[in-house]
Design a protein around this ligand. Structure first.
Ligand code: AVJ
Ligand code: FE
Length: 437
């Protein structure tokens, strides 16, 4: 088998895995549910369904294949910049059956195109980039649809086995030490890395300590019990104003019934103390960290803890090494519908000893979403460039509902600091050098 055949097979596998997941998430509910808006924060599921097909047509059939548009008249309906999520239910969207048919038609032509494509010669097809980008895009929308499912009210429709049991977490130190010095952040070589992960560049990071695991429900409940939501000392001015306006008192989906109960995909159960906390905003994570006498890690600190190998001096693709994620090293791919207990996945530990940097929960960092030195938008400004600036905070690492194809040690996610419907948690850090404490 040639390298091109192997790449073709990998692409076909990733595209069909994404479509299987899309189908699962959109056949779990009835048609009325697909067109309904479950939250003004989210599109109706049927919008995501046709949007992934439309992006696939735009980038693969039109840009790579040079084919004539199938339905150019629907492009504006599925352009994320034309209509905010809250307005999408009022648009003349394709009905569920039409959206599925459109996706099927596009995919059939994409499979024909894939047979003919050589993976060199143009920047879009080099290393199969555009195909990888589209597989990632569909998986990102699958994660968005999973967030819609979590917001949906009604009997549970999704199920999955629980994450594997915990082995040795009780013996773990609370924090790990990451020595100061330069490391390589970002990538110039990962073929399917998106524009904001590029280029690789050296960053000098002062020594710091990082939590070995994400912050747990029990630790977060202690912050609540200590009056953390009522004490402006722990919050930034913006964070406190938001906490007041939005009436925040606990993570999203938590409710007090004499004990803390969390609703997870329609199932209400007492919180699991040693599970990483989920559905907190950046403001809440930041306040918790200050209450704990600590701070959120910077994005550079997070990536150094996750990728820097002090023995070789180089940056790994993932905390555990250079091989792609497997079920033994990380909780990714919606195999489970919740994070694994803090301290899980010893085989996925970074050289620093930190665990679960990849998978389980997205981790808020203290950093704004900004371009790396030497950034150029590719292949379109609306993926990253239009979002750069101080309004967005960076999240790293990926959650249980993130596909391995859309998750790397270099992968950058971002959102507003008020957002909590995403699968976000966090861990805390502290500086080791006195001058930067
Ligand atoms: C990278 C998750 C912030 O959902 O807005 C999907 C991914 N970009 N379609 C988003 C994305 C275009 C993006 N995030
Ligand atoms: Fe999109």
């Amino acid at each position: 088998m040639t390298d091109n055949d192997a790449l073709r097979e990998r692409i076909a596998g990733e595209l069909s895995a994404a479509r299987d997941r899309t189908s699962y998430l959109t056949t779990a509910v009835d048609e009325a549910d697909l067109v309904r808006q479950h939250s003004p924060l989210m599109s109706p599921l049927v919008w995501d369904l046709a949007h992934v097909a439309n992006q696939e047509e735009l980038w693969l059939l039109r840009e790579v294949g040079g084919l004539t548009p199938i339905h150019p008249e629907i492009d504006p309906l599925y352009d994320a910049f034309e209509h905010p999520r809250s307005k999408r239910p009022t648009l003349p969207l394709l009905a569920p059956g039409e959206a599925r048919g459109y996706g099927h038609e596009v995919r059939g032509r994409v499979m024909d195109l894939l047979e003919k494509t050589r993976f060199d010669g143009t920047r879009l097809t080099d290393g199969g980039f555009a195909f990888g980008m589209i597989a990632q895009h569909e998986q990102q929308h699958d994660e968005t649809m999973l967030a819609t499912h979590q917001l949906r009210v009604g009997p549970p429709v999704l199920s999955a086995p629980p994450p594997p049991a915990l082995l040795d977490a009780v013996t773990l130190p609370a924090e790990v030490f990451v020595p100061g010095g330069p490391f390589t952040m970002g990538t110039s070589t990962e073929p399917w890395a998106l524009d904001n992960e590029r280029p690789a560049h050296v960053v000098d990071v002062p020594p710091f300590y990082l939590d070995t695991t994400p912050v747990t429900n029990a630790a977060y409940a202690a912050f609540i019990a200590d009056g953390g939501y009522d004490d402006p000392r722990w919050w930034t001015a913006d964070g406190w104003a938001h906490r007041q306006r939005a009436g925040l008192e606990a993570p999203l989906f938590w409710r007090w019934e004499g004990e803390w109960v969390r609703v997870s995909f329609g199932v209400a159960l007492p919180i699991i103390p040693n599970e990483p906390v989920l559905h907190v905003s950046w403001y809440e994570a930041d306040a918790y960290a200050r209450w704990a006498g600590r701070r959120l890690p910077t994005e550079a600190e997070w990536e150094k803890a996750a990728r820097h190998d002090p023995v070789s001096g180089r940056s790994r693709r993932y905390p555990w090494g250079d091989f792609d994620p497997t079920p033994e090293v990380a909780n990714l791919g919606q195999r489970h519908l919740r994070p694994a207990l803090a301290g899980s996945y010893p085989l996925g530990a970074a050289p620093s000893g930190a665990r679960q940097l990849i998978g389980d929960v997205w981790e808020w960092t203290s950093s704004d979403f900004l371009p790396y030195p030497g950034f150029t938008a590719w292949p379109y400004k609306e993926y990253s460039e239009v979002f750069f600036g101080p309004e967005y905070k960076v999240l790293r690492g990926g959650a249980f509902g993130v596909s391995p194809v859309a998750c790397r040690g270099t992968f950058r996610n971002w959102d507003y600091p008020i957002r909590r419907q995403i699968f976000a948690g966090f861990r805390t850090a502290r500086s080791a050098s006195l001058e930067t404490a």
